[in-house]
Design a protein around this ligand. Structure first.
Ligand SMILES: Cc1cc2nc3c(=O)[nH]c(=O)nc-3n(C[C@H](O)[C@H](O)[C@H](O)COP(=O)(O)O)c2cc1C
Length: 259
């Protein structure tokens, strides 16, 4: 890593930052992966090597995530007994029953404080951490994500954000548990996508599944009520007829807006 002096206009001063140089990449490989990823509902009996799965999970955990608080979990369901139950709770859909491997991606909004403390410890043990980074995890995250016992801070946050917002751009969320859930699911869903693209990069296929009984899946995995099931993901090699039809998308003009 190369250290460079950069001018930070917001602080109006220069200081040392780590420059992580952007390596050359092969864009064709990336777009081949994106194009060839399809939701696969029927898999072959080909096993997925364990090392490939570890690489896919490592890639997933490198996904961007809010405040780097990593409020996600990957549950790899390996035991035959739990696997049978998970397939049942995924409504017996073939994308689950024919899969070689099954995963459940879980959002953990309840982990924000614990991970925030871990982040502070990490920064403290990292020489040269800028003061602003401490401040972010010592002060800002503790205001933004803390809803108080039984959500007691909610109305005060709403009033504060609303009044402040009259004169200054002000983040309006999260101010209740629903917002916290959305917040955690956003980052976890990015991990899901990285995982599925990594599966394709390894020569395998995937299917995301939200057609499941989240309450029973949580119980199966020993998760608390505050955890959220983002989706289950099955992995394997696509079988003949495993992709149900050609890919269809509405015209992109319906979705892309330029301002
Ligand atoms: C959050 C989410 C949940 C999904 N749930 C299911 C599911 O339960 N069962 C299923 O067969 N496909 C499921 N899918 C796959 C979609 O049907 C599929 O992505 C969509 O039809 C587009 O097809 P493609 O992935 O092949 O491009 C899900 C996809 C997402 C993103």
């Amino acid at each position: 890593m190369v250290k460079v002096k950069v001018f930070d206009s917001t602080e109006a001063k220069s200081r040392e930052r780590v420059l992580d140089p952007a390596p050359e990449v092969d864009s064709k490989s990336f777009y081949d992966i994106v194009e060839s990823r399809r939701s696969v509902r029927i898999y072959t009996d080909d096993p997925v090597p364990e090392e490939a799965i570890h690489r896919m999970m490592d890639a997933a955990l490198k996904s961007p995530n809010s405040s780097n608080l990593q409020v996600w979990e990957i549950h790899w369901v390996r035991s035959a007994e739990k696997r049978e139950k998970l397939i049942h709770y995924c409504l017996g859909q073939p994308a689950a029953s024919t899969a070689q491997e099954l995963f459940v991606f879980v959002a953990r909004p309840d982990r924000w404080r614990q991970n925030n403390n871990r982040m502070i410890s990490h920064l403290k043990s990292t020489p040269g951490t800028p003061e602003k980074a401490y401040q972010y995890f010592e002060k800002i995250t503790r205001i933004v994500y803390n809803q108080g016992p039984l959500g007691i801070f909610r109305p005060f946050k709403w009033i504060w954000f609303t009044i402040r917002g009259w004169t200054k751009p002000t983040p309006r969320e999260p101010i209740h548990r629903g917002h916290m859930n959305v917040w955690a699911h956003k980052s976890t869903a990015l991990a899901c996508q990285t995982f599925m693209l990594a599966a394709r990069a390894e020569g395998f296929d995937s299917c995301p599944m939200e057609g499941l009984d989240s309450s029973k899946v949580k119980k199966l995995l020993g998760l608390p009520r505050s955890a959220g099931i983002t989706m289950a993901i099955s992995i394997g090699k696509r079988a003949q007829g495993g992709v149900y039809g050609p890919r269809f998308r509405f015209p992109k003009e319906d979705f892309i807006h330029q301002h």
